[in-house]
Design a protein around this ligand. Sequence first.
Ligand SMILES: Cc1ncc(COP(=O)(O)O)c(C=O)c1O
Length: 365
Amino acid sequence: MISYEKELNIIKRANRLRSRKIYDDKLIDLASNDYLGLASNKEIFKKAYKRVLKENSTSPKASILVNGYTTIHKKFEEKLCKVNKFKSGMVVGSGFLANISLIESMVRSKDILFIDEQYHASGMLATKLVQGKVIIFKHNDFNDLEEKLKKEDLSRTSRVIIAIEGVYSMGGDIAPKEFNNIALKYNTILLVDEAHSSGVIGRNLLGWFDYWDITPKKNHIKMGTLGKAYGSYGAYILASKEIITFLENRAKPIIYSTAPSLFDIALGYESLKYILKNKKVLVKKIKKNKKIVKDILDISSDSLIVPIVINDNKKVLSIQKELINKGYIVGAIRQPTVSSAIIRMIIKLDIKNKDLKKICELLKY
Ligand SMILES: Cc1ncc(COP(=O)(O)O)c(C=O)c1O
């Protein structure tokens, strides 16, 4: 009655059992989402630490709507709005909470949410909580989205929301600009999860809107995370003033959860400043890493995510183990995260060219 043994055995038999492991810190890391290598930048860390020490209280202590909101949060929101050209913004505890906040609160009973089939698990979970209608469209397929939009009686709908990711976490592919054209044509809200795109794509490394040169308007929402290219932890939502005010009043993970950590936000702020200041060098290095992968593995990636399809759960695990023995760590991603097993290699900017070339050679066979 109280055992989960049967379920666990099913997972084990399919070679899908996951477990927490502490990997050797000295392994060359091509598994994490620390795209720019900022997680080991001690100068950024020290600046954030000094900033937090200036505060009387170094922890948020309460919800952002009670008295957990501080100047550190506010200044970061203002900087994000300014550089991303959004009217308003709000920091949130994590990307997972941000997706639950947005989707659960915004898709009301007469609304329709159209969501990409490969949208992150947090967004998919939130679709189970909404009162409105949810329609899933084929991955990155704007034609499928438009066909599905045409089938709905939009005159009986209050709002339509389209949810996409800027760069998809497993395939590393970018959402086409056409999604923005469709959002304009059908007067919909466009929500872009930029977990894997902000800090990685665009002329100013700001992400999807920057990459496609789209000036944010009232219907746009950008959700960005700090746990990836920004080398910290947490998230933010940028949108119109009205949408941010609505979230303050309706989004449960924002109202009923302690405000984001002051240190994590200060670290995100320092990372943002670092990225903007060093964008030319970073963009050059991103190009260089992509070229190495293209030259050796003949894989063109839109981002710093390089997926290598293996299609065999046992095999991805053995490839990962072999690479660990040689000093490298890559992701061995299996179902349900992906439909068939992949090696997920992140070509982080702190990896030396000679190491990147070596691992590509190793993966060639
Ligand atoms: C696309 C996407 N959205 C949201 C999240 C959740 O962000 P966080 O790790 O900050 O909770 C992740 C990753 O973890 C992600 O890959």
